[in-house]
Design a binder for this molecule. Sequence first.
Ligand code: MTE
Ligand code: MO
Length: 405
Amino acid sequence: MASKQPDRRAFLKRGAALAGGLSLGGVEPALGQTPASDQSDEADDYSTPELIAYGKRSRHVTSVREPVNGRPSPDEFGLVFHIGTPLEEQVGAITPSSLFYSGTTRGSIVPEIDPAEHRLMIHGLVDRELIFTMDELKRFPSVTRLHFIECAGNGSSPRRGRLIESHGMTSCAEWTGVLLSTLLEEAGVQADGTWIVAEGVENVRGASSLPMAKAMDDIIVAYAMNGEPLRPQQGFPLRIVVPGFEGILHVKWLSRIKVVDRFYMTYNDYGHLRQDPDQAALSYQVGPKSVITWPSGGLDLPGAGFYEVRGLAWSGGGVVSRVEVSTDGGENWMDADFRGTPQRMAHTAFSFNWTWDGSEAMLMSRCTDELGQVQPTRAQRKGGLDNSIQPWRVQSNGSVTNGLA
Ligand SMILES: Nc1nc2c(c(=O)[nH]1)N[C@H]1C(S)=C(S)[C@@H](COP(=O)(O)O)O[C@H]1N2
Ligand SMILES: [Mo]
């Protein structure tokens, strides 16, 4: 099945095709969104005490997050809802912290928390109720792992023409914290403790029920992200990261974990998640998924010639073991190359060397994970978070559109 990709020398001979440079459309900030960098002609002075002490990106780099789900953020009351990350500009597996997507379940104002005052309580069906300060948590043995988070609202649709609309609510970071199992062992879980309810400082909105098996396996009580303390929008000073499970379960601004003996219906879970304990673990888990991030809907290719098609693949089932790419709408599939080493429940960057002949093409990617699960087509997909294959149509004039439309 695997066909040979163009080699490096062939690519260099075709380099002329790239000389004109690539023009990207569709990445204008949405109305009402101010780009983080200023666009004035005046050069930035990087020798100011502020920028010596703490840097910022070049004003020539302008990618920004955008509200998604058709909901303004902030809204007229100052509440923020889900904002998506511009994945088409990402290189590699890690999402920069400033561009990490951000989700609040029912709209929220990001809470201002003083870490010196913050406490995590573990209680319920435990031998010892425990209350930790941030400093105490940081004394425990820590883990540092790459994991994606994805909101269940992410999904392909003919109406979602751009990548940020269909896939912008997933990001990947390197998280550091204490395994929840370490803390639960400290507290001593009683025999009937089969579920946990994790809660953020905004109480009912941030609460989620999780099965004990997952809590004892790989949930991280995280205080750091990409080498620095969590960003406030990501849950500063403390959150849980639930590897491979739907985003809503990754409770931010974490203040309480209660060990309980059954699934508890929370404001979050109501009407959204499955509560059958036998089904829960699997149905919370994001299926094998991938998407071509470049080129993607709304972008323009300047003409026929060589392109490195790039994308991301991930699975709640573990390590991504294979990514295939099709340029003809799924008739033929060829293996893509991994960029970096695939990690468990983490975005894996892939690329595929493609020489476009200038005729209409349909780009698709398909992920297989270590469990042998294969990413479904839109017609094959079952329920849960939409992990179906996203087709991008490359028209002969170079414009890229949603292949479902
Ligand atoms: N406390 C709290 N945790 C929360 C939420 C929330 O509103 N409050 N939103 C959830 C949702 S819906 C998602 S998709 C993820 C998003 O995580 P992120 O903002 O770090 O991307 O956080 C989850 N954790
Ligand atoms: Mo979400």
